[in-house]
Ligand binder design. Structure first.
Ligand code: FBP
Length: 551
């Protein structure tokens, strides 16, 4: 395979780890833990793995004791995120350090590989070829939900055959929820297989006090911010377009917010604020059109609008509509599929409650159709398929035309839409993600050595130099509560949304009027892999603000 010069140079990058992981480790256990919500139900559903303590690795004079090779299986689950290959490299190096004959098996194309016994052994040659690279192509990923006893038993057959002691599931909130269900099941039947999770998702919505970020967020945001910066420089040069830029992040607006903090666009919509203020689509259009009209008064018919891909789901009226659509489709999917395309919209309208039917009927046809597309296996609307950016442009244009007729607007509005998502998910990991991921993988192998199951690998204090990072494990049940999915209440890891009283949002809110009225774009440029530490190792602005570092 031909490699670029950067790929070749980057292959020899040695990811940095917390000092503690470079030597022998022991574990320090904290107090018993509780779920974040619905404690009784969660405890009932996870009688074995519930309530276990947080663990932290500390230095030890003795090497970890293992009886024989530590064979491990690994699965990449869900959307790609930069750094996945380094998690796998970290696990590999960790288990080899525990015992030279340990083996690592990668299940192919996500959880399906475990269920269908499709796997490869990840040897040193394979691992070396993927160190510090983006993508999940080393073994591929998939979105199949691991949830039935049949799947668990089928998986156990191959794990036993390969002598696997532990399975590491690298995934987002849904996949880690499933990891916990699997851990509980294997513990309940004394299967002798531990299950460890790793926090992955560019969306950044798998985080809490112990898991300070999910991997991939840093790199993906840097890639999108580079592109937004380039667009801003272009639009400040030609001064003739408004760019509407949708960025990934289906359930939370962390990516949009981080990109705004990095680039200072004229408008950034944060879905969580829309929900909290119960804003309607009209309110959002008024706000965007208002900024455009104000800039037009200064002769500036250009600018940038950043929106999160999940926005549509956060507008309270549309959220209620989607909730009813989810329940309706969960119970009537077959009938819906059988209905001819031309009659689908009328069919849905006839089945919805009056209020939701009215909203559904008012949406442009393409958006209405996009709202009924197949859910992913976890029951989520595939918001990346909904063209919200185009919907906003259409509606803003109408509003500005109306204002022009009333003499309230005399500018020129030409808009270009963009969607940045897939462009960033497989980028070569930034130094931050390369180090963080490798440390997570290594920590996972140490959790395995200490016999833990139902834990997520955790690495904290990551705005400090890597040597000072804190590594350990968090019981997954601690992050759970009960939520409605596919029309039923289920235990799930609570998603971390943007907190409106958190430092990143407050910083944004206190600057956005200035960013709207003036042109104070920042052009972050491409990720740098070699060079001064302040250029190459900077953590996300979100993390810096959360950890009270000055921007
Ligand atoms: P994960 O939650 O699995 O990490 O995926 C998140 C994401 O990148 C979203 O931002 C996006 O909506 C979705 O994946 C797209 O999924 P797909 O790759 O299946 O098109």
């Amino acid at each position: 395979m031909t490699k670029s010069a950067l790929q070749i140079a980057r292959a020899s990058y040695k990811p940095q780890m917390p000092n503690v992981l470079n030597g022998n480790v022991a574990i320090k256990q904290g107090a018993a833990t509780e779920a974040v919500g619905d404690q009784e139900e969660i405890q009932k559903l996870f009688p074995i793995t519930y309530g276990r303590p947080i663990v932290q690795f500390v230095e030890s004079s003795e090497p970890s004791k293992v009886d024989g090779p530590v064979n491990v299986g690994v699965i990449l689950s869900g959307g790609q995120a930069p750094g996945g290959h380094n998690v796998i490299a970290g696990i590999f190096d960790g288990i080899k350090r525990l015992h030279a004959d340990s083996r690592l098996y990668g299940f192919l194309l996500g959880p399906d590989g475990l269920i269908n016994h499709k796997y490869i052994e990840l040897t040193a040659d394979i691992i070396d070829a993927y160190r510090n690279t983006g993508g999940f192509d080393i073994i591929g990923s998939g979105r199949t939900k691991l949830e039935t006893k049949e799947q668990f038993d089928k998986g156990l057959e191959i794990l036993k055959k390969l002598g696997v002691k532990a399975l590491v599931i690298i995934g987002g909130d849904d996949s880690n929820t499933n990891a916990c269900v699997l851990a509980e099941y294997y513990a309940s039947i004394n299967a002798g297989v531990q299950v460890i999770g790793c926090p992955k998702t560019i969306d950044g919505d798998l985080k809490n006090e112990q898991i300070e970020t999910s991997f991939g967020f840093d790199t993906a945001c840097k890639v999108y911010s580079e592109l937004i910066g380039n667009i801003q420089r272009d639009c400040n040069s030609s001064r003739k377009y408004w760019h509407f830029i949708k960025v990934m992040g289906r359930s939370a607006s962390h990516i949009a917010l981080e990109c705004a903090l990095q680039t200072h666009p004229n408008v950034c919509i944060v879905s969580e604020e829309v929900a909290a203020k119960e804003q309607s689509l009209n309110d959002i259009i008024d706000y965007i059109a208002g900024v455009i009209a104000k800039r037009a008064e200064r002769g500036w018919n250009f600018g940038t609008v950043v929106i999160p891909e999940g926005l549509i789901e956060f507008i309270p009226a549309i959220k209620r509509l989607i909730a009813e659509l989810n329940d309706f489709l969960a119970h009537n999917q077959e009938e819906f599929d059988r209905t001819p395309q031309a009659e689908k919209q009328a069919f849905v309208i006839s089945k919805l409650s009056e209020k939701n039917a009215e909203i559904y009927a008012s949406l442009p046809e393409n958006v209405a159709r996009q709202l009924t597309l197949d859910r992913d296996p976890h029951g989520n609307v595939q918001v990346s398929l909904i063209e919200t950016e185009k919907l906003l442009v259409e509606m803003v244009k109408k509003r500005l035309n109306a204002w022009a007729k009333e003499g309230k607007y005399a500018g020129k509005f030409a808009a270009i839409t963009h969607f940045f998502g897939y462009e960033g998910r497989c980028a070569a990991p930034s130094n931050y993600d390369a180090n963080y991921c490798y440390s997570l993988g290594y920590a996972a192998s140490m959790l395995i050595a200490s016999g833990k199951t139902g834990y997520m690998a955790s690495v904290r204090n990551t705005t400090a130099p890597a040597a000072e990072w804190i590594a350990g494990g968090i019981p997954i049940t601690m992050m759970m509560n009960m939520e409605r999915r596919h029309g039923e209440m289920k235990p799930v890891i609570q998603k971390a949304l943007v907190e409106l009283d958190g430092a990143p949002f407050k910083y944004f809110a206190s600057h956005r009027d200035q960013w709207a009225a003036e042109t104070c774009y920042v052009y972050p440029g491409p990720i740098q892999y070699f060079g001064p530490t302040e250029v190459c190792d900077e953590p996300s602005k979100t993390l810096q603000l959360e950890q009270k570092r000055a921007l």
